[in-house]
Write a protein that binds this ligand. Structure first.
Ligand code: CDP
Ligand code: CDP
Length: 227
């Protein structure tokens, strides 16, 4: 009897994917996997080693030998890179500015995609990213494409800033739009809504409403597949 499903949540930056996916996983007793953090970890390591996004062979070797551990925690997910906790560093402006360039590399995508599929083998996974419903888990029982207007997404990210990392709202909006464009137009596994994904525009929804909606969808899906 089927008692767990996999849930894929894709969408552009700042749509609320990680916040929502984490809470959906907590409510269902599932494991949350943040695939963006994996691309960020590759970016951090490449930057430390001085490897540019265009150095494809060097990136191939880098991901071949990478030691990346995802550890589910109460707060979401901790990322260990070669036994160092890099969870906080992965959100830095330096990493954010470059991640989409590294994420367009074929070797990086192949390796991380394999790791992600392995993590989802046991079912009971809520995975967020850009290509989860289209490429990584095309058979996920529930797929949500979560979005919001770019203005609203920039406002959300702006509210997270502190004095030490302050950026004007307009600049943040431009950076987000530029990253979305790179993600949407890259050749391999671009950001696009899967044909069988449910589109959810959260521009006028708060976190609780989005979480409740996805939990309800999961419960109906579970009833459907367990019959
Ligand atoms: O949190 P935010 O939405 O700003 O970004 P993220 O989810 O941490 O993802 C960072 C970047 O990783 C994205 O802009 C994509 O370039 C890349 N990414 C990807 O290509 N495929 C995924 N499944 C997840 C992230
Ligand atoms: O993972 P993604 O980049 O899609 O977005 P996030 O980091 O989960 O959410 C970006 C910010 O928007 C967070 O500070 C959330 O608390 C906030 N948010 C919101 O205000 N309303 C929502 N419906 C969803 C998220």
């Amino acid at each position: 009897k089927v008692d767990r499903i996999n849930i894929a949540i894709d969408g552009p930056a700042g749509a609320g994917k990680s916040t929502v996916a984490r809470q959906v996983a907590a409510q269902l007793g599932y494991v949350y996997v943040d695939t963006g953090a994996m691309y960020r970890a590759v970016t951090l390591l490449a930057q430390r080693k001085g490897i540019e996004p265009s150095q494809s062979e060097a990136l191939r070797a880098l991901v071949r030998d990478i030691d990346l551990q995802l550890i589910p925690t109460a707060a979401g997910q901790m990322i260990m890179l070669h036994n160092e906790d890099v969870t906080e560093q992965l959100r830095s402006r330096e990493v954010t500015a470059q991640v989409s360039h590294y994420a367009s590399n074929e070797h990086v995508r192949t390796k991380l995609g394999e790791m992600q599929r392995q993590l989802a083998e046991q079912k009971g996974i809520v995975m967020d990213g850009r290509d989860i419903g289209t490429h990584v888990l095309p058979n996920a029982e529930l797929k949500v494409f979560l979005t919001a207007s770019v203005e609203e997404r920039a406002r959300r990210r702006h509210r997270e800033l502190t004095e030490s990392n302050y950026v004007p709202l307009k600049q943040l909006e431009e950076e987000i739009a530029a990253r979305d464009k790179l993600d949407e137009t890259r050749e391999i596994a671009p950001l696009i809504q899967a044909g069988d994904a449910i589109l959810l525009d959260s521009s006028h929804m708060n976190i609780e409403e989005v979480v409740a909606y996805i939990v309800k969808l999961s419960q109906s899906k579970l009833m459907e597949v367990s019959q």
